[in-house]
Structure formats: C-alpha cells, structure tokens
Design a protein around this ligand. Structure first.
Ligand SMILES: *Cc1c(COP(=O)(O)O)cnc(C)c1O
Length: 379
C-alpha cells in the first residue's frame, strides 16, 4: 500500500483516464449523461449536481489526504459549513464555536443559522474547563479552529474530541490554517474536517472552494445526500484547479513554514514590533499542544506594531512585495490589517482584534526578498 502524503496528493482518485490515458483527470464540463436504456446508468453518473467525474476525483483525493473515508467538495468553505450544520443539526440544537472564530463562520452562526433556530456559544477553546461548562443537553457539535485567525491561538483537538464525545456531540475541525499536510484532525479524534480549499489546499489564489471530510461512512453518506439536496457543489473547473493545487501541497507547505520561520526571526528582533504571534515560538501559550498535533507551525504570522493602529496601517500600506489583501494560503505573500479589513465586522463584538495587529500570509517567494520588504515597511 502506498500511503505517503505527497503520493496520495498526486495520485489518489486520479488514475489515468481509461479512454485516452490522460494522466490528469479531464475537466468534465457537462451537466447530464447519456443513459443506456431507462434506468441503465453507464458509469454511475446521471446529473452533475449529484456527481461529476472531475469533482469525484477531487473528493477522493481530499478524503485520502485527510485520512478519511468520504470527501465532499463545495462551492466555497462557507457552503460546506452551511451544509454540514444543516445536516447534523436541527432547529433547537446547540453548537459551541471558537471565541475567535473565522469572521464568516461567526456570521453564518450569528446571522443565518440562528434564524433557523440553531443556538451557539462562542467559547475560548484553549480553556477546556470553559468548554466543558458550555456543554448543554442540546449540544450537537463543538466547532474547532486551530490555529485561529488572526490571533493564531491553538486548541487541543484530542482533548476537545473527548469532551465532545462524552457529550455525544461531534467534533468539527476547520483545518484551513494548518492544511492536512501539517495537521490530521480525524486521526486525533475529530468527526468532520472542514476546509476553505480557497486557501492552502488550492494554494494559488485562483479558485474559491470548500470541503468536508469524514471518517464515518454513514455520516459521509448523510452529508453527500444533503450536498446533492442543497446543491452548493464545486463546479468541474473549480474542482480541477483545486486538484491541481493539491499535488504540490506538501512542498508548498514546507516552504511556507521555512519562510514564516525566517520572517518570525526578523520580527522578533525588530524594535518596532511589540509582539509576534506564531505557534512555533516556545513562549506561545499553545506551543506544546501545537508541537504535539502539528507537523510544523504553518505560514501565518501575526504581529503587533509599536505606535498603535495608525502605525500598523502604515506598515501594511508601505509593503510592496507583500500584497495588501484579504485571504491567505496562496503562493504569494499577503499583508493585511485585520481590525480594518478581515475583522472589521467584529468591532465591538467578543471577536474584536487588537488595533495594532498586522497579519501576514507568508508566501513562497525568495525569502530574502520578503525580509527586505518587511524591513522597509517597518522602517
Ligand atoms: C476563508 C475561510 C473560511 C471560509 O471559506 P470561503 O472559501 O471563503 O467560503 C472558513 N474558515 C477559515 C478558517 C477561513 O480562512
């Protein structure tokens, strides 16, 4: 059995095309499939909302690289999240979400799922006592992000899985920031892994997509039923782009980590930086847990700038090679001011972030060029 991560990323779900021998699955830009007589499906495909061969290739690959049995590809990360919640929960149920959840996830719970009757509580997941105290009889899931965005907090997946399972709830892990190369939540006890494949999994800032991966076959079947019933599927071109990105996920992540470590060293020694947030640092409160559950510490780095909000905004505006922009996880380096950009809507809420915070998505450019750009932006 071949099971290495990179081997699975390049080959799982992607046998050479039986008709032509093409080594890459074609983009099946098709909605419907010819049937051999009424009720006689040629290949299991009948309509591309239900299944499409390019999407199937991606879904099988996603399942393989997360160590799951079933992968499902969606039109976006939030489409995957919405489908998941409406599959495993019903109105009246309760979900524990991270105290510093991704803003779009928070909005989905606060503005959309709450109207459907789903209850939720934001809880700091680093505090296991607080999580236990928040569990109710109606708690159906604990939703975990680790590392978190943009403060790079760490949650203990194994410990949270135990709490969830003792309450007969599911443990859901949004693995977007780590990627399956750095962290394998299903092996740590999670029931469902969520991805915004828009980020590291796709990796080239050229496609928006989402994914769900499960270990349990029955749960996988239920999610597939809802994926088809709700219809927020990935299109074939998006699936193809994402699959293309996955092939290099391992080498990209190693370079993201190499470059992030060097950026962290620069920031640590810079007089204008008052704090560096990176789980690879031994003084980071989540460092030990991160070292236990992650292969390396990822490509996201946040830091606080001396001089407050204006100084932080200035650093973002002066950066040149680090492109000012939202999103993350692509080959190109990005810089942003969470307080005024990605997390502006969290102002005044429990998810508000420090005004002097700058977030970096460290890309895989030549690291010397990245360090030079940050040095001039901080000058
Ligand atoms: C971007 C992101 C999402 C949402 O994904 P979309 O593809 O933008 O819908 C969810 N979780 C995290 C951690 C993200 O970074």
């Amino acid at each position: 059995m071949i099971e290495g991560f990179e081997t699975l990323a390049i080959h799982a779900g992607q046998e050479a095309d039986p008709r032509t021998g093409a080594v890459v699955p074609p983009i099946y830009a098709v909605s419907t499939y010819k049937q051999d007589g009424v009720g006689g499906l040629r290949s299991g495909y009948e309509y591309s909302r239900s299944a499409n061969p390019t999407r199937t290739a991606l879904e099988e690959c996603l399942a393989a690289i997360e160590g799951g049995t079933r992968g499902l590809a969606f039109a976006s990360g939030l489409a995957a999240e919405d489908t998941l919640m409406r599959t495993v929960c019903k109105p009246g149920d309760h979900v524990i979400i991270p105290g510093d959840a991704y803003g779009g996830t928070y909005r989905l719970f606060a503005k959309v799922l709450s109207r459907w009757g789903l209850q939720y509580d934001p809880v700091p997941l680093g505090d296991l006592q607080a999580v236990r105290a928040a569990v109710r009889p109606e708690t159906r899931a604990i939703w975990v992000e680790t590392p978190t965005n943009p403060l790079l907090g760490i949650a203990d997946i194994e410990a949270l899985a135990e709490i969830a399972h003792a309450a007969e709830a599911l443990l859901v892990v949004d693995n977007t920031f780590a990627s399956p190369y750095l962290q394998q939540p299903l092996a740590l006890g999670a029931d469902v892994v969520v991805h915004s494949t828009t980020k590291y999994v796709g990796g080239h800032s050229d496609v928006v997509g989402g994914a769900l991966v499960t270990r349990d076959q029955t749960l996988g079947d239920e999610l597939a039923y809802h994926q088809n019933s709700m219809g927020a599927v990935a299109g074939p071109f998006d699936a193809w782009l994402t699959l293309r990105g996955i092939k290099t996920l391992g080498v990209r992540m190693d370079r993201h980590c190499d470059n992030a470590e060097k950026v962290v060293n620069l920031l640590l020694s810079h007089p204008k930086v008052i704090e560096v947030l990176y789980p690879g640092l031994s003084e980071h409160p989540g460092h030990e847990v991160a070292a236990k559950q992650m292969r390396r510490f990822g490509g996201m780095v946040s830091f606080r700038v001396a001089g407050g909000e204006e100084a932080a905004v200035e650093v973002c505006n002066r950066a040149k090679l680090f492109t000012l922009g939202e999103s993350l996880g692509g080959v190109e380096s990005l810089i942003e001011h969470p307080g005024r950009m990605t997390h502006a809507s969290a102002a005044g809420s429990p998810l508000e972030v420090p005004a002097d915070l700058v977030r970096l998505s460290v890309g895989i450019e030549t690291v010397g060029d990245l360090l030079e750009d940050l040095t001039q932006a901080l000058a």
